[in-house]
Design a binder for this molecule. Sequence first.
Ligand code: AMP
Ligand code: ZN
Length: 437
Amino acid sequence: MNFQYWQPEIEKMPRGDLESLQLQKLKAAIVNALRTTFYKERLAKAGITSADDIKTLSDLKRIPFTTKNDLRDGFPYGFLSIPKDDVVRLHASSGTTGIPTTIYFSRDDIKRWATYMARCIYGTGCGRSDVFQNMISYGLFTGGLGLHQGGEEVGMLVIPAGAGNTARQFKLMQDFGTTVIHATPSFLLHVESKMREAGVKRETLSIKCAFAGAEPYSEDTRKRIEGLLKIDVYNSYGLSEMNGPGVAFECQCKEGMHIWEDGYIAEIVNPDTLEPVKDGERGELILTILCREATPLFRYRTRDLTSFYTEPCACGRTHRRIRRITGRSDDMLIINGVNVFPSQIEEVIMGMKEVGNNYLIVVEKDGALDKLTVKTEIMPDIFMDDSRPLNALKDKIKATLQASISISPRVELHESGSLPVPEGKAVRVQDLRPKDV
Ligand code: AMP
Ligand code: ZN
């Protein structure tokens, strides 16, 4: 295979040098973090008051884990380490409104992020001559702008198509000879069925590869998309707390995703004991970001379950690889790429006086896409046979949920006492999507 590297000296750096670089950057991150109100206190508690207190990489373990709740508690500026005037952008985790987990970027942070993304894209064999149609949401969600900047950095012609509207996507692909696409795996499958429905012939398209991420999918799903669309699919992993995409990406070998270890220190721990797992064992991925000055984060609990490959990759990159994400260590649902916590739904429906005490969240497949249904009981004083107020209530629940979780669910109203009440722990979520990961 003809491998290509965007920054060969870094991507193939000997492990020893890579670790020295990590230590140097970790010290710089400590200096930044000591300027934030959150870490100033947290690091002081751990006995760290200057970069000199970090002597080796294992000193990182002295710092406690940082969680999503810490980020929420620190909202809006508790994690900001540079003057506000030097911030050029913010992003936030998908599917959240109200108090999101907000990340700030300096101009250099954006440049670095684009460079990491360029490494990912170039490493799949794409380059200047490619036309890249970015079919994922732009906005606070990092997937759109993240890949967009990386594509431009590589020198591709980038089409900021955004998500949805398959008819327009096909038109763009045909008009501009798109060769590379980026979407969630479920949207890629949806595109394929729409292609058949619309009678768009594969021969009229020039697509050769796709980047797919933002939600879990299996190797079988990858193969299915590859077979149906006759393209190569590369797995793309990231999370907004760690900039977004560009944390880990597959190379041409398509055997696990390289984590850019000069930008991130990765640990994998048992999510119950929080002790490190044995090399190669599955656990929760913990990430420390070294490539962002404006919002430092140490030992962030991603809640994503994965494991390290123990063998080096055939491509010659020395940065370790993680396996596909196979699940989460919390109850977060990912619905068509959007993160939703059941508690967000509960907050909305339980806040409405017409809503009864029992509810059920059902997630299932509707074709290639995910479908969310919220079933809720209504108060006994509301009559089930009077459809006008019921429809109004349905619409109200739908609109409030849409505002809170950025997804418009189907809403079903049920008579008081009619939803199943399990013995013991309440089962509020039924995820009926096939588990083939
Ligand atoms: P967000 O912060 O909104 O970008 O969401 C990040 C979350 O999406 C991650 O923590 C993962 O749970 C999930 N995710 C992103 N990329 C992938 C991927 N390639 N495979 C599985 N899950 C992913
Ligand atoms: Zn590789």
